[in-house]
Design a protein around this ligand. Structure first.
Ligand SMILES: Cc1cc2nc3c(=O)[nH]c(=O)nc-3n(C[C@H](O)[C@H](O)[C@H](O)COP(=O)(O)OP(=O)(O)OC[C@H]3O[C@@H](n4cnc5c(N)ncnc54)[C@H](O)[C@@H]3O)c2cc1C
Length: 439
């Protein structure tokens, strides 16, 4: 079988590349060993955000009832809850398959091994192509401890079929914290075992709010603990034994580099395949995109833009990746948005939700926006905790990518009353131009 482009992996990056190239007349083969949609659709963003949406809604309804003195009786119908999640996952995966096919792509099921610069083999069948895109993603990295086979990965945890009575989560990073809070809200007894501080990259003020929220939801957070082994349903650690019906590890991910890649000279580190700023590997004509490459952040929206850049380069453009201002959202309650490089920050400006008219009208809980600027006043970093942080962080991503200054933001005009004004007024406060009365 001969194609213009062979794409290894049908996740966010592979799927996007194949549709973009197919629509522009290239004959594309997408080789996928599991389901189209990859981690994001099948084990990541989609099932985990579905669970957080519903679990947060469930806890809010109970909270509102208590707060307003209304007796609301709510309960979860476990089977329809998890069936709905699977229905959405299956819908998005098959919609992805349809779009690949309707844009002219061919889906080949199986595991791809790279044989040469223009050659891939799947279940003994050879595929040749002028270009190869490696979009094979990443996989969970289990801790190397005895008994780990008794635990499930973060990917498996978000596809669980029953709400467990208790869960031990090993790992206090983004995935571990999100999973812990979801199941605590659904009624499980949850403990996080974290080697360092939970969500350690965040500013202390942000961590304080999220730790309080976890405590409010009943999550038992144990920091500075080293898991030593797992004995059936118990984690034995440096701080004692922790028992849970389900044990989850969310201890980072490693790249899934296809077999044969290093044999043909594709260079990589432990963190992924090395690419240049055009996303070409050390072998000319072979590109790599998404979680499989050596980079700082593994998120779906980065995989998507990398797919755009690599595809346009295959089509003859000369596009380069700009990694400035990649937003990340931590889908906890409250949400956290983070963007930029805090190593460049000279000064922070901060604005509380309690002084934002829209937040006051909505009766929102604690939250704030934090904007970091460098010595020239250029916006280089932002951290937002509170409702709609997932949207506000995109505003700051644009500001950082366009190298806007704090003055540009302060003299912008945002609609009133809106939550976005927590960003605007942080900037105005910097010039002593904010006149909110509630601060
Ligand atoms: C629990 C969880 C929650 C997440 N939440 C978010 C979120 O909210 N927002 C966000 O932006 N990101 C989130 N992510 C990260 C996001 O899922 C990834 O960044 C994204 O899926 C990367 O896309 P990709 O195409 O590079 O890789 P993947 O989506 O992993 O796709 C790679 C595909 O390649 C296939 N494959 C691998 N090797 C081969 C081979 N040799 N032959 C054939 N096929 C192969 C795999 O089966 C897979 O389908 C989350 C991840 C997890 C685990």
């Amino acid at each position: 079988m001969d194609f213009d482009v062979a794409v290894i992996g049908g996740g966010t990056a592979g799927y996007a590349s194949s549709v973009i190239l197919g629509r522009r007349g290239k004959r594309v083969a997408v080789i996928e060993k599991e389901n189209i949609g990859g981690t994001c659709v099948n084990y990541g963003c989609v099932p985990s955000i579905f669970l957080s949406e519903l679990s947060f809604l469930y806890s809010r309804i109970k909270e509102i009832g208590n707060y307003k003195g209304i007796n609301i009786s709510v309960s979860i119908d476990g089977s329809s809850f998890f069936n709905k999640r699977d229905e959405i996952v299956n819908y998005l995966s098959s919609a992805g398959e349809n779009l690949i096919r309707s844009s002219g792509g061919e889906i080949i099921k199986g595991e791809a091994e790279i044989l040469g610069k223009n050659e891939v083999v799947i279940n003994g069948e050879k595929v040749t192509a002028k270009n190869i895109i490696i979009a094979s993603g990443s996989k969970p990295n289990p801790p190397q401890i005895e008994g780990i086979e008794n635990a499930v990965s973060e990917d498996e945890a978000v596809r669980i079929k029953k709400i467990p009575s208790s869960i031990i989560v090993i790992g206090g990073g983004v995935a571990g914290t999100e999973i812990a809070q979801i199941f605590a809200k659904l009624g499980s007894e949850v403990t996080i075992l974290s080697r360092g501080k939970v969500l350690k990259e965040l500013e202390e003020d942000t961590r304080k709010i999220i730790l309080e929220a976890l405590e409010f939801d009943g999550v038992n957070v144990i920091e500075g603990v080293v898991p030593e082994k797992i004995k059936e349903n118990k984690v034995v650690s440096s701080k004692g034994e922790h028992e849970g019906e389900v044990i989850v590890y969310a201890t980072g991910r490693v790249p899934s580099i296809p077999k044969g890649a290093s044999m043909i000279g594709i260079e990589s580190t432990r963190n992924g395949i090395i690419v240049n700023n055009k996303l070409e590997t050390s072998i000319k004509g072979i590109y790599a995109v998404g979680d499989v490459i050596d980079k700082e952040k593994r998120v779906a929206h980065l995989a998507y833009i990398e797919a755009i850049i690599a595809s346009l380069n295959i089509l003859g453009s000369c596009e380069e990746m700009d990694y400035e201002g990649v937003p990340q959202v931590i889908y906890t309650d409250p949400e956290i948005g983070v963007v930029g490089d805090k190593r460049k920050v000279e000064k922070y400006v901060k604005f509380p939700y309690t002084a934002n008219t829209r937040a006051i009208i909505r009766g929102l809980r604690d939250g704030f926006s934090l904007i970091g600027i460098d010595k020239n006043g250029t916006i280089v970093y932002s951290e937002i905790i509170g409702d709609n942080a997932e949207e506000l962080v995109n505003l700051m991503a644009l500001a950082i990518r366009k190298r806007l200054t704090i003055r540009d933001l302060a003299f912008s005009i945002f609609a009133h009353p809106s939550l976005s004004e927590v960003m605007l007024n942080a900037a105005r406060d910097h010039f002593d131009l904010d006149v909110d009365i509630y601060k």
